[in-house]
Design a binder for this molecule. Sequence first.
Ligand code: FE
Length: 195
Amino acid sequence: MAFVLPPLPYAPDALAPHLSAETLALHHGKHHQSYVDKLNALIDDPSTTNHDLEAVILDAGDKALFNNAAQHWNHSFYWEGMTPGGGGGPSDAVADAIQRDFGSFDRFSEDLHSQASTHFGSGWAWLVHDGSKLRITTTHDADLPLLHSQKALLTIDVWEHAYYVDYRNQRPAYVTAFLDGLVNWAFVAKNLAEV
Ligand code: FE
């Protein structure tokens, strides 16, 4: 069965105007598909599937295998972290954890916006649980919380391909749109409940 590109959890035009159908067609249909195709070409065992992805990432001895497997994981996670009509603020357990670990939701938002906007080069901004509390982190290229013994709760893709069609070089505007209009807080709550 090999690895398979998961379908978007919404219509390709459902995130407009924050992210256009053109961006999703390219990002999901071309970039993410390419990582899946390269991963399948590099994998030794053709019976390996999406179910085994984290083991492949953790066991990858080869940089190309790691990069394509991790990017498959990162993008699959990124799509789930957005929803039409998302953004705003969380409720219940997530709101309480943010209050506890960042002091306020505004401080959390400012910190995530700042780190996502200023991360140098290609990578990812994350909300993670580090074993004891919530933290904001960034990773370069395909690196991900799984390698750092952290539980991923939410991610923002800050590779240029995520925003260049819609925002050109204005990454902070993309991050603002993500936080204000796209975050799937129910997905964050589901991930936090697994900690
Ligand atoms: Fe991407």
